[in-house]
Design a protein around this ligand. Structure first.
Ligand code: ADP
Ligand code: MG
Length: 378
């Protein structure tokens, strides 16, 4: 078990990690999810004992990372964001070198190196120079080096960044395989990445934990309903009669429309069935014309984007959102004449590969004066 308690890391005025606490239980795959600059790498570097925290503590299976660094570190295999590979070595030379550095007993080195090469699928590449390997194979060498010494915990910082789709799938499979026998923590800024391999997700935004839950629980709790926004030509009473026949509709909010004779409404609908066709035909039968029908995205993706949206210095908290959602979902009122503005979360742009690098503060060098100490230790 890893216990991260109130860790804070300051770089000058930058709060890279701001009072972060969470627990990692043995034998599961955990995802550390957040946009670039959220504090994932800093958190992982602190857990792995590569950099110190300004305050707070990290305890790994009973060992404090700062007080008993050797014992704590021996329990962890770490693949940093920039894998520490030596390009002029072959994978087998490099892995033997790392095994020695990790104090793997001399007589076990050959077997262990072979084992991790087979597990990560790089055995056929063992005698090529690392510099001539594809990015996917380099990443596997990085994962192989993390596995040497047989640590109980494997920490992988953005292991699929820069890989092509086929390589991404292969690395995901490898992570799942690792998860069968080890505790794995993997970071990413892409939700799909985390939901594809992890059991549990910790979302961080601007240095703070904004959600910490099983992926399934997060999905179920946060979006049990789909939202349908409709505008229909007809009268309120008749439209209601039609809608009341649908058991899947959880709540109906009706609003006055600017257009005379047109009713606007928002429905909360249980997710198990898509009833859009049925609504359309039921309305048509009564000669009510459905002018617009739009399904709101209440997926994990939209939740993630909303949780990590940049409200400066004040990341939204999952708990707060949950409360707010409940009150709106439970209501069964006709808010005629009112606007639904209170319910609408602004959803920021989806991160893409292109804008990825733009807000990653590490590369811009503007903090380089504070940088030196820690970066050297990596
Ligand atoms: P992530 O891995 O989630 O992209 P990081 O942990 O790398 O985020 O960075 C979190 C914040 O801390 C960013 O604003 C980044 O600019 C800043 N930061 C990280 N490392 C350093 C450093 N060595 N010196 C100064 N600022 C840093
Ligand atoms: Mg990072």
């Amino acid at each position: 078990m890893i216990e991260v308690k109130h860790i804070t890391k300051k770089y000058g005025d930058t709060l890279a990690v701001n009072d972060v606490s969470f627990k990692i239980r043995n034998g599961k795959i955990y995802g550390l999810l957040g946009p670039n600059g959220a504090g994932k790498s800093t958190t992982m570097n602190i857990i792995a004992g590569c950099i110190s925290a300004t305050s707070g503590s990290v305890n790994i299976n009973g060992y404090d990372v700062f007080e008993n660094p050797l014992e704590a570190k021996s329990l962890i295999g770490y693949l940093p964001e920039q894998p520490p590979l030596y390009n002029e070595m072959t994978p087998s030379e490099y892995l033997e070198f790392v095994a020695e550095a990790k104090n793997v007993p001399y007589e076990k080195i050959y077997r262990q190196v072979r084992q991790v090469m087979e597990l990560t699928g790089i055995y056929s590449m063992k005698d090529r120079l690392i510099k001539n390997l594809s990015k996917g194979y380099k990443q596997r060498v990085g994962i192989a080096q993390a596995m040497l010494g047989n640590p109980e915990i494997i920490i992988l910082d953005e292991p699929t960044v820069g890989l092509d789709p086929k390589q991404i799938i292969e690395i995901r499979e490898l992570i799942k395989k690792l998860g069968e026998s080890k505790t794995v923590i993997v970071s990413s800024h892409i939700l799909a990445e985390i939901s594809a391999v992890c059991d549990h997700v910790i979302i961080i935004s601007q240095g703070k934990v904004v959600a910490d839950d099983e992926i399934k629980a997060l999905e179920a709790e946060i979006s049990p309903f789909d939202k349908l926004h409709l505008s229909i030509k007809g009268d309120v009473k008749g439209i209601r009669e039609v809608l009341d026949r649908f058991e899947n509709i959880q709540s109906i909010n009706i609003y006055a429309s600017k257009t005379p004779g047109v009713i606007e409404l928002t429905l909360s609908v249980t997710k198990e069935k898509d009833i859009r066709d049925d609504i359309f035909f039921a309305m048509a039968e009564r000669r009510y014309a459905v002018i617009t029908m739009e399904k709101e995205d209440t997926s994990l993706e939209s939740v993630f984007l909303s949780l990590t949206s940049e409200t400066k210095g004040n990341p939204k908290l999952y708990r707060q959102r949950k409360k707010k959602k409940k009150t709106t979902d439970d209501s069964f009122s006709d808010n005629t004449g009112e606007n639904d503005a209170g319910n609408t979360e602004s959803v920021p742009e989806i991160p893409t590969e292109e804008n990825d690098n733009q807000n990653n503060g590490i590369d811009d060098g503007k903090n380089s004066a504070d940088n030196t100490d820690d970066k050297e230790n990596n």
